[in-house]
Design a protein around this ligand. Structure first.
Ligand SMILES: O=C(O)CCC(=O)N[C@@H](CCC(=O)O)C(=O)O
Ligand code: ZN
Length: 333
């Protein structure tokens, strides 16, 4: 069987469609290639604190910092600095989009994670493969608590460069431990969704009862241009998950909590945002401010309480989310 040294090359091999062994050894267990951009790390024995963890990167092809972060952690495992103690499913969301250096090729993959998806095309096909991989992984490790971190970077600057989106589902509550782990991992803000969003993290939370988040780790930059220093605490969290150890904890109140008040969809060709393109995520606007104009839907203005903007993007497909309008809320007690 090939040795763990191979593991470090898995991500680049997946992007370049290069040869990669079907299985190999790592300290504490072995890896198995499940498909293109899909790798399972399987421990000889799960540690007492182990969770069945899905770690996904590259659901948007040009978001490279999470890939470099993951390569670093896999390198530590390969060199024997870490010992595998939990089953981990590693997923490269869209190898083709990453190879081309683009967010997506045909349509936004991160809006397609729902059962019964019947669209055809590259991203819908990939969404079905990824959902099947997650289904199989959680079924195989059904006795362990479930976790999914879907790692991204944002298009724009942010008042909080590292933040998580907590998907909405009435079925699964967020455990307090998650807030403590994320606070210790250097996450600065939490954005709680107000309705179903059909993202990858929503899929694992809604259909599998996993603790699941979209994790934003700074700005989307090309390979080699990412500053990984601020992500060291997040690397430590991923390392703890791999080894099945309890991660470091910090008070959740260290993070600023927000809730989505409104999701503005682009409804026409003439949609435009009324604030500058470069406006940072979580920038707040006072009551009465004009935020957007959109054909027959007309104007959107801030009501009586201030609103902040997250993920503004006037160029999205018609029918897609153009901006989230959010307000602060108290941290969970
Ligand atoms: O910076 C942006 O405008 C988009 C960054 C990004 O890809 N965000 C995710 C968030 C997913 C979620 O809401 O959980 C996305 O838009 O898919
Ligand atoms: Zn993304």
């Amino acid at each position: 069987m090939p040795t763990s040294a191979t593991l470090e090359t898995w991500l680049r091999a997946s992007i370049e469609e290069a040869e990669f062994p079907a299985r190999g050894r790592v300290p504490g267990g072995h890896f198995r290639r499940l498909g293109h951009g899909m790798l399972a790390l399987l421990p000889e024995q799960a540690a007492p604190e182990a969770r069945a963890c899905v770690l996904s990167v590259g659901v948007h092809g040009n978001e490279t910092a999470p890939m470099e972060l993951l390569e670093g952690v896999l390198g530590r495992l390969a060199r024997g600095e870490l010992r595998l103690g939990a089953p981990i499913l590693l997923l490269l969301g869209s190898p083709e989009a990453t190879r081309r250096g683009v967010r997506y090729v045909g349509t936004n993959l991160n809006r397609l994670f729902r059962r019964g998806l019947d669209e055809s095309g590259m991203e819908p096909d990939r969404a079905r493969e990824l959902m099947a991989a997650v289904d199989g992984f959680f079924a195989r490790h059904e006795t362990l608590p479930r976790l999914h971190y879907d790692l991204h970077t944002a298009i724009r600057d942010s008042r909080y460069p590292r933040f998580v989106v907590s998907p909405y589902t009435e079925r699964t509550a967020v455990e307090m431990d998650q807030w403590r782990w994320l606070a210790a991992a250097g996450i600065q803000a939490v954005l709680r969704q107000h309705r179903h969003s059909w993202t990858f993290s929503h899929y694992s939370k809604h259909y599998h009862g996993a603790q699941a988040f979209t994790v934003e780790l700074g700005r989307a930059l090309p390979f080699g241009h990412n500053d990984l220093a601020p992500l060291a605490p997040m690397a430590a969290l991923l390392a703890a998950l791999l080894t099945g150890r309890a991660p470091a904890e910090a008070p959740p109140g260290r993070m600023t909590f927000f809730r989505v008040a409104q999701e503005l969809m682009r409804e026409s060709e003439t949609f435009r945002l009324a604030f500058p393109e470069a406006t940072a995520n979580f920038t707040e606007f006072p009551p009465g401010t004009l935020l957007a104009e959109d054909g027959r839907a007309g104007e959107t203005r801030v009501g009586t309480a201030p609103l902040a903007v997250v993920f503004p993007n006037a160029e999205v497909e018609i029918g897609a989310r153009a901006v989230l309008l959010v307000r602060p809320e108290p941290p969970p007690a």
